[in-house]
Design a protein around this ligand. Structure first.
Ligand code: ADP
Ligand code: ZN
Ligand code: ZN
Length: 754
């Protein structure tokens, strides 16, 4: 009979979660110990009993059997949240492929000594009437824009955390101090704030839920109180009142003494949203962001552990907030690709949220205007409960969408990037003093350099990608690799043939801005792209400047279509909408539909109705057509048929196996061995095989930072068989000996191409 051994960590709140100790399981406890459990073990020289957590079980000893001590006993009282998170880590490891250490590091931030900064709050120190008078005063001087912005926010919200003022409103400490000196506001430290209490009575009332919202909240409440914890998919157009539904569902959870996690893609977490949560729930909220270092995140998690907080709002990693009594996880914009981790384990926050909810008896609400095809499919299958909100809450119309055929423009002799129709509408908006957004579909739109004589493209010497042209105003232009950061000066001569006929292809935001300025010399244009948003707050600064009407036209990439409301924007132009359709992975259509819909959602958020112009070379493409009519169901019906025929997720499960090595031959050879070995282990290798093994092939980018890459795809209609195949591959890879020379990574249901 084989004896079982367990790996124990003694204290997870310290730096040492990688220091596991192996113990033997005595006969009396055999079969009773599972991962995540707390046990008592003899520890150190004196063999004093310490409490530890089980993080792994195996049947092979790693040390001399005589030196391995035995587990003393199982801790019988209630399992604390750490045990739950350890079990979640074990699930991450098994599902996505990683070591237990990597998985533990994902769920538990490590404690680091940091200088803790005291949180401050700004509070309006005058009565609202007086505040309004001062606001008018500030408005008389154009140089007071920051003061105006801060004063408007204070009049609306009365109290604002200083962090938010800094990060989201982009207001300097000097401005705050000036308003404090003149007695308009107070700056309170956390302790002062607690003593004085809040001034909620000055706030504007929240909207009453409409009938539809009310019925969803009521359904949630009845399920929840009956202990029927479900996953709901809330499909609601932008502005339909989804956030109100989340907040009222959370009411039920908190009333029952439990806690909630709200996941929001960071870029779309606006000042307004945060303040709505604070107005509704007061102080027992904490906000996480991905710029926090491990130490700061650890401090926030400590507050949560101590029970000082009921609601956490944050990006992907907020999912691991150590709530002992979690009742609900909300995931807004659930289709966003930022919910998928790029680090090992490459987990998806949606599946992980559902797993965590299952472990703690909690519900999940997924929300989106353009649900992921995966979630909508699961809702259709009855796995999730589908909720729909088809209209905007404030009775604004959705924007009118026009599709322009760029081939037709060429035939008419229009060689510019802007169709005649878009030019005409832009002119109208400028005349009427309304704002416009020009959205560039950046994918496949980078500005690369090539030779017109021999066709040579200037590539990065370390990566198999073309270098991107960057114009640094006065300085000499440079070529930059977006994968490894390599740069070189731009030289107007071909390296291959010496020709001087070398030039830029594709089109960056800079060129669009320049062309736009030629057409409309008077227009004030703001540009937002990777170059202009480099600084820590660059992003917010540009958006708030545009929001304040400092420009007529905002030109930018993906980042301008999320979140922010600009009531004065009545025109959105989308250049070359179909470019992102031609990337090679199976999600290209879904991503394009999302982008077009979200971009269209930027127009007409205020009193004036909006117009959207989609420029395309492929006006008959289903994705363009359905985005044009804003018909999600039609898009979905077409998309799911395609996924079914080509055996892609969500109908089939898929794993991308990435093999990397310093030598190309080694990558090739090892990937071949992994694929062959798995094929051999499949008893049936015909077209109906349980797991299909495809490749290895060279991925689109076959070299990054001097490391060569090969990819193998595994597909199956049964996810458990697919995960077994992954385990077999992991074991086989370990038997060859994965080290520095080569590595293998798994990506379950990838959201990007390789
Ligand atoms: P979503 O999250 O779907 O984009 P929000 O919850 O942010 O929608 O609501 C959009 C706007 O409509 C917000 O300003 C919100 O305060 C308002 N709103 C939401 N529900 C109602 C309602 N029932 N009556 C009036 N206004 C509402
Ligand atoms: Zn050349
Ligand atoms: Zn490079």
């Amino acid at each position: 009979m084989s004896t079982a051994y367990v790996d124990i960590i003694i204290d997870i709140s310290h730096e040492a979660i990688d220091r596991a100790f192996q113990y033997e399981v005595p006969l009396s406890l055999y079969g009773k110990i599972t991962v995540g459990m707390q046990v008592q073990v003899p520890f150190g020289r004196g063999n004093h009993l310490r409490t530890g957590y089980v993080i792994g079980i195996s049947d092979t000893p790693q040390y001399d059997i005589d030196k391995i001590k035995a587990v003393h006993s199982i801790v019988t009282n209630q399992v604390p949240v750490e045990g739950q998170l350890i079990r979640l880590a074990a699930w991450l490891k098994d599902t996505y492929g990683s070591t237990m250490y990597q998985a533990l590091m994902t769920v538990m931030p490590v404690k680091k000594k940091i200088r803790s900064v005291e949180k401050k709050t700004l509070r309006l120190a005058v009565e609202p009437e007086e505040g309004n008078l001062r606001l008018l005063e500030y408005k008389r001087n154009k140089r007071n824009r920051a003061k105006v912005r801060l004063m408007e926010a204070l009049l609306e919200h009365v109290e604002i955390p200083y962090d938010l003022v800094k990060d989201k409103l982009n207001i300097s400490p000097a401005t705050c101090e000036r308003l404090q000196e003149e007695g308009t506001l107070e700056i309170l430290t956390e302790t002062q704030y607690r003593q004085v209490g809040t001034r909620k009575e000055l706030l504007e009332p929240e909207p009453e839920l409409n009938e539809l919202q009310q019925s969803l909240v009521e359904e949630f409440r009845q399920d929840y109180l009956a202990g029927d914890y479900k996953t709901y998919l809330l499909h609601g157009v932008t502005g339909s009142g989804k956030t109100e539904v989340y907040m009222h569902a959370i009411d039920t959870v908190i009333e029952q003494g439990r806690q909630a996690i709200v996941l929001i893609p960071e870029i779309s977490l606006t000042f307004q949203t945060v303040m709505r949560f604070r107005r509704h729930f007061g102080e027992r909220i904490t906000i996480l962001n991905s710029r926090m270092n491990d130490g700061e995140r650890y401090d926030q998690f400590e507050r949560i552990r101590k029970g000082e907080v009921d609601i956490v709002i944050g990006p992907r990693s907020a999912l691991f907030a150590p709530f002992a009594n979690l009742g609900l996880i909300v995931m807004d914009e659930e289709h966003e690709s930022s919910y998928k981790s790029d680090n090992v384990p490459k987990y998806h926050a949606r599946e992980t949220a559902i797993q965590r909810a299952e472990m703690s008896g909690a519900s999940v609400i997924l929300g989106s205007a353009t649900p992921s095809v995966t979630s909508y499919y699961k809702a259709q299958q009855g796995e999730y409960r589908l909720w729909e909100l088809k209209h905007r809450a404030k009775a604004q119309e959705l924007a009118q969408v026009e599709i322009v055929d760029l081939r037709e423009e060429l035939r008419m002799g229009n060689r510019s990037r802007f169709s005649y129709r878009l030019q005409e509408l832009l002119k109208q908006r400028l005349e009427q003093g309304q704002q416009s957004i020009i959205f560039m579909n950046r994918r496949g739109y980078a500005s690369f350099v090539s030779c017109r004589s021999c066709g040579e493209v200037v590539n990065c010497p370390h990566c198999q990608v073309s270098l991107t042209y960057h114009d640094h105003h006065s300085r000499q232009p440079r070529l930059v690799c977006h994968y490894c950061g390599y740069t070189e000066n731009y030289v107007q001569q071909c390296r291959a043939c010496g020709s001087k006929m070398i030039g830029r292809f594709g089109s960056g935001t800079q060129q669009v801005e320049a062309e736009l300025q030629e057409y409309f010399p008077e227009a004030r244009i703001l540009r937002m792209d990777a170059d202009t948003t480099k600084g820590k707050d660059g992003h917010e600064a540009i958006l708030s400047a545009f929001g304040e009407g400092k420009a007529d036209i905002l030109v930018g990439t993906q980042m301008i279509v999320k979140g922010h409301d600009f009531p004065n924007v009545t025109l959105v132009g989308i250049l070359a909408a179909d470019l992102s359709l031609h990337s090679q992975d199976y999600m290209a259509g879904e991503r394009t539909f999302d982008l077009l819909t979200q971009a269209a959602g930027r127009a007409g958020r205020g009193q004036q109705p909006g117009t959207v112009v989609i420029q395309t070379y492929d006006p008959d493409h289903t994705v363009i057509q359905t985005a044009g009519t804003q018909d999600y169901e039609a898009f979905y019906a077409n998309e799911i048929a395609y996924r079914r025929i080509l055996k892609y997720p969500p109908v089939y499960s898929m794993i991308a196996v990435l093999v990397t090595a310093k030598q190309e031959e080694l990558a090739e050879q090892l990937a071949g061995m992994l694929a062959d070995n798995l094929r051999k282990q499949q008893t049936d290798t015909g077209p109906e095989a349980a797991v299909r093994v495809i490749g290895p092939t060279a991925p689109v980018i076959a070299k990054i930072k001097d490391i060569y890459r090969r990819v193998i795809y595994l597909k199956s209609s049964k996810e458990d068989l697919l995960l077994q195949a992954k385990d077999q591959m992991e074991i086989y890879a370990a038997s060859i000996g994965q080290q520095e020379e080569w590595k293998v990574y798994f990506d379950l249901n990838p959201m990007k191409g390789y």
